[in-house]
Write a protein that binds this ligand. Sequence first.
Ligand code: GLA
Length: 377
Amino acid sequence: MALSINAWAKFRSFREKYGDPDLIVRAPGRANIIGEHVDYCGGKVMPFAIQQSMYFFFSKVNAGNEYIYLDCDADSEHSDGSGLLKKLEAVLLKHQIELGNFRVAITSDIPIGGGLSSSSALCCGFIYGLNELFQKDLDKTDIIRYASAAEYGVGVKGGLMDQHAVVFSKANKALYLDCNDHSFGYLDLDPELFQFELWDTGIRHKLMESKYNNRRETLELAMEELSMHKGRKLDYNEVKPEDLSVLKDPVYRLRIRHVISERKRVTEAKRAIETKDIKVLAQQLNASHESLRDNYEVSWKEADWLQAKLIEHGFSLGSRMVGGGFGGHLICLKNKNAAYDEQELLCAYKRQFGIEATKREVRASSGIGLIRSAELL
Ligand code: GLA
């Protein structure tokens, strides 16, 4: 894995001022084929790392720690100023992981707040680099745990899908992660058949924490009510659509309906990937979007419009919003035979919403790692 063109340009100007860093880390963003908003309730998910990544240039220094943001201040953007990396340092300290002094410079190709897990890339890349720099012997599971603790520290009570995708992904494969016990395997993604694109709606989900946390809390309350009714603690697997009528609050019914239907779609989608049935996979993606829109209510109007148009014009076979919601990207299963003019669609989007949409090519890429200096030449 080499530096991207953008990171290479940043690296060159960084090197002019500071010289060669001791090490360079690449931490990728992630997409998710299916299994949205089920990782924090024991479901299965199917993310993959994307080539768009965050890059960290680390060096040991004699005194003080120095953070250099080569494009935007990724740290403040993620924590609304309070400092995600500061939280992370506190987490490491709490676990008695002593570090020397360091300088880290960060540049990102992952749009911040675009649903592609820039915050997990930031946290995982940071700990991964410190672990290497100071030879701390943390394993990948520790990295995931500490990254997640820091994200909780700034108020996002997320699941562990993103950190696993950043850390464990492999090229041309989707990670098949069981969030019940965090065991995982890989699904081969035939790159000829399954080509994915990300369409950026241009909307960012700054400060989504409260809405995200609200979905999670509502779900837990709904499950409690269902369990109380049955007289024992229920698992999501056991809940059938016909059980939902006992829930008094219609919103609770919607939220549970999303989770139980999404779990089923993940199973169908896995089978479709294994049997190379692109049509069935596409149907599952579309159904997932509808459920995220109507049941879980985490999609946004620009995403709904674009998702419908992509399908209507045969641009994509299946498409859905990706990540936590309230802004960001759609993941699309590309229709290689699409005849529609992409520019026309982008112009129509601009006319409709007054902002630009952008298409990003993606491929399932490897997870976090070091970039050897030879790869820069
Ligand atoms: C965010 C969270 C993940 C997951 C997704 C929705 O990305 O960090 O843990 O819940 O939203 O699937």
